[in-house]
Structure formats: structure tokens, C-alpha cells
Ligand binder design. Sequence first.
Ligand code: P6P
Length: 332
Amino acid sequence: MEKGVTNLNRFLLEEQRKYPEATGGFTILIESIGFASKIISREVNKAGIVNIIGRAQSMNVHGEDQQKLDVYANTKMIQAIDHLGKLCGMASEENDDPIMIPEKYPRGKYLAVFDPLDGSSNIDVNISIGTIFGIYKRQDDKKSDACIGDFCQPGKDMVAAGYILYGSSTMMVYSSGNGVHGFTLDPSIGEYILSHPFLKMPESGTIYSMNEANYNRWDDSTKKFVSHLKNHKERKYTSRYIGSLVADFHRNLLKGGVFLYPEDTNNPRGKLRLLYECAPLAYIAVQAGGKAVNDTQDILDIVPEGLHQREPLVIGSKYEVEAYMKYKKGEL
Ligand code: P6P
């Protein structure tokens, strides 16, 4: 499909035509997530003006202050997809328990997981932030509301995943298993336009992204890996770390490189959440030719034991992630 004239709707319809059995449910689901993101983008881009930033009175399940935009984005994501009749439940970083579909709406076979506004601590300082989402299919044909167990599926079973980056432009990047595609929002017409078809992550990169303030809390294998990058014989690496997962991941997806949030003595299972942060980005990374692991295995193979389970995350170009795993296994 040609860049510049293909909008998200046309792209989804042409993808849908590849599946004769498709009912269009998936298409309307992704379209609706796109709709929510346009509303979130509008508020993110004017947050400083209308002063809706600052701290809401509530805390989320992780004991973090919820920025007003976090709460707003969560509400918009839920409102955009809860009535479609395509979902049997949702899970969000901002909600302790699964979000039920209101009684008045029909249920469907999909499960949506999302971090409505990741990196929200950067809102006040005008740094790029993002929405991360994943779509699963319910594993049984029950018509009841989803329970936590329905969400506990490995990331490799996702039917789609993606993110929206609210940066110098607003971009949606998603995959439904046939490559990774980027769409840039044209705010003058309110349309996502195909701008990055079949995105591929470079086999290796020259960027590493991690919070080096944690250095003394890493284990020796992580320290050795970082030293390997800093003293690489063939490549001169540079450090880039925004502190906003979606922005750091997106840069490495396009330019190549590796992002690490490994386990440390303060965060024995890392900081990032498996279901709605690590797994959707791992799905994108793998579809784009990259890799994503925790401290022992591929992220996409991990079966969550709960909605908010944390996992160490090392994600990016194949060369760097495979080198990391060799250090973790003591092979280097
Ligand atoms: P640290 C933002 O709060 C976030 O969840 C991710 O977006 C980001 O990658 C990470 O935490 C940054 O964590 O400990 O380096 O501030």
C-alpha cells in the first residue's frame, strides 16, 4: 500500500480481506483504539495550557501518584472500546482488577490490555509519552465476563499489539502478526496516515538505553554486558535514555539498539509490567526482527500469573539482546 494516501481504516480493511473468516471485529477494535488515542493526543498536546497536569487525588495499584492525564487517558481508552461488543474484558495499569464490560453492552471474544499513558512522570516536563496496548482472544467460548485467568496468556498468543507515541508527532505503531506498520496522525484531518510500512528493527545498533543510576544495584552479568557495549571493539555505542519506555523503544526500533530495565537489588523482578508494557512491545520487536527477554527467557513465552506482574526487560536489536543473554548465562 502506498504511503501518504493509505489511512488506518483502509489499511485495516485491506488486512481484513486477507482473512475470509474475519467478521470485522478486530478492525473496529483497532480503529476505536486509534480514536481514543486522538483524544488523548489532543489533551496531551494542550496539557500545559489548560493546566490539567499535576496530581490527581488517587493513587494507582502500584502506589504511584496518578497524574490527571493518566486518569483521563484510562477513561478515554475504556469508553472507546467497552461498547463495541467485541470485548469480554479489559486490563489496565490504572485498575487493580479486570475492567468489566457494562451490562448494557454485548460481549465479544477479545481481551484488551493497556497502559493508557506510560511515562506519565514526564508529562510536566513535556517529554514524549505513550499508550501501549495488546489484544488477546479468549481461550474458551464462554459468554461470561472475563476473569484474571483469561488474561494470563503468553504474549506470543496476542492477536495484535501496538503503541501510540505522543511526541513531536503522534504515531501509532501496530502489528497483527503480518509485520509492523507505523501511522502518523495528520491533525489537520484527524487521520492516521500510513508512514512506516513494514518497519524493520536493525540487526544491531549503536544505542543503549538504561538508567545507569541503578548500576550499583545490577548483578555482575548485567554490569559485564554494559561494559561490553561501552568498550565494543567494532562499534562506538552512545547512550540515550528518556525515561519514557515508549519513546526509548520507538527510537531503538527505528535506529537499532537495546533498552534495558533489568532486575536489581531494589526491583528483584524489574520495574516494568509484563502484561501491558513488556509483552506488547516484545510482540512488536519480534515482528520487526528484534528480540525481547527477561533474565532467563523470551518475554513472549512467559505466562503471566497476574495482571500486574513485573518482569526484567531487555529489548531491541537481535545482536545486543542475544549478547545480553550470553552474559546472563555465563557464556561470555
Ligand atoms: P526509571 C515510566 O515511569 C516508566 O514506567 C517507563 O516509561 C520508563 O521506561 C521507566 O518507568 C523509567 O524508570 O526508574 O528509570 O525512572
